[in-house]
Ligand binder design. Structure first.
Ligand SMILES: NC(=O)c1ccc[n+]([C@@H]2O[C@H](COP(=O)([O-])OP(=O)(O)OC[C@H]3O[C@@H](n4cnc5c(N)ncnc54)[C@H](O)[C@@H]3O)[C@@H](O)[C@H]2O)c1
Length: 282
């Protein structure tokens, strides 16, 4: 199945980024959020992001105009009806996602594929809330979507080959490099990344090296663009802790034990850049 129009639920950080990636590649978009203000904010973000590409000579003013013309903003789920694929990119909340998925499942034609951009919720579990588990899949984009090449395509237990192939072809059309992943907590990237960050906190708490030296070690020795502790400050220490707690619970394996120092810093409200102080002070 060829996907010409993509419906996007949520016009926030990820939703508007996915909308931009689609529109720049000539794919029509209907982007739905709960309020006109949220839709307008999403559209303005896309416009500003395209302006930055123009400044860098990566896009022309005509291309920007053409891309924006392909994005329809809406507050009405009925406008998603013309899409061949609907990507749910609403707030990360299980109950909310269930509600949204049941709602769109009821109005979309049976052949329409539904995807979720969730970072942490089971694709198999979300699929079960719909009447189309074989046409349900995870599309995990990375932030900022227009810049990041990766999309993790997550197959739920019942996802069909046809659904996988159609979504993979779309990701490639958007200029992305998709990888195929079986449904499991953290998928591939966060499953490896967040325990590595947690280990950096153990190394710090054991006094093995200073934060600066830990980060320099991973940058200079492993070619990482940013050290794990600086990255934790960017992601948010609370988010890192929550992810480790999910792994510990889901896998029942003590290797996912959150570092006590990470817990202490979260309890103290030192959450990283967003609070002005994490491992580093901003
Ligand atoms: N931010 C990231 O780095 C990142 C990366 C990968 C995946 N994700 C996932 O992407 C999803 C969206 O995250 P985000 O960072 O864009 O969040 P965000 O808070 O920036 O945006 C969420 C948007 O969803 C809207 N929304 C809430 N309820 C809705 C409803 N019923 N119908 C339509 N829209 C609704 C909100 O108004 C908001 O505009 C989450 O599942 C998150 O886990 C986020």
């Amino acid at each position: 199945m060829s996907i010409q129009t993509v419906g996007i639920i949520g016009a926030g950080t990820m939703g508007n980024g996915i909308a931009q990636a689609c529109a720049v590649s000539g794919v029509k978009v209907v982007m739905v959020d709960i309020s006109q203000a949220a839709v307008d904010k999403g559209l303005a973000t896309v416009s500003g992001s395209l302006d930055r590409l123009i400044k860098k000579d990566k896009l022309t003013a005509e291309q920007k105009k053409a891309a924006l013309a392909l994005i329809q903003g809406s507050t009405n789920y009925d406008d998603l009806k013309g899409a061949q694929l609907v990507i749910e990119a609403a707030t990360e909340n299980y109950e909310l996602k269930l509600k949204i998925l049941k709602q769109v499942d009821a109005i979309l034609q049976p052949e329409v594929i539904v995807a979720s951009n969730t970072s942490s919720i089971s694709i198999t579990q979300l699929a079960a809330a719909t009447s189309r588990a074989d046409r349900f899949i995870g599309m995990h984009f990375f932030n900022p979507v227009p810049m990041m090449a990766l999309v993790e395509i997550i197959r739920g237990y019942l996802t069909s080959d046809a659904t996988h192939d159609a979504v993979k072809a779309l990701a490639e059309k958007l200029g992305k490099s998709p990888i195929t992943v079986k449904n499991a907590p953290g998928f591939v990237v966060n499953r490896i990344l967040v325990p590595m960050i947690n280990e950096a906190f153990f190394v710090l708490s054991e006094g093995i090296a200073t934060p600066e030296d830990i980060d320099a070690g991973m940058k200079l020795g492993c070619n990482q663009p940013i050290g794990p502790l600086a990255l934790a400050d960017m992601i948010g220490l609370d988010v890192c802790l929550a992810v480790m707690e999910v792994y510990l619970k889901e896998f029942g394996d003590s290797k996912y034990r959150p570092c006590p120092l990470l817990r202490e810093m979260v309890a103290a409200g030192q959450l990283g850049r967003k609070t002005g102080r994490g491992v580093y002070t901003y």
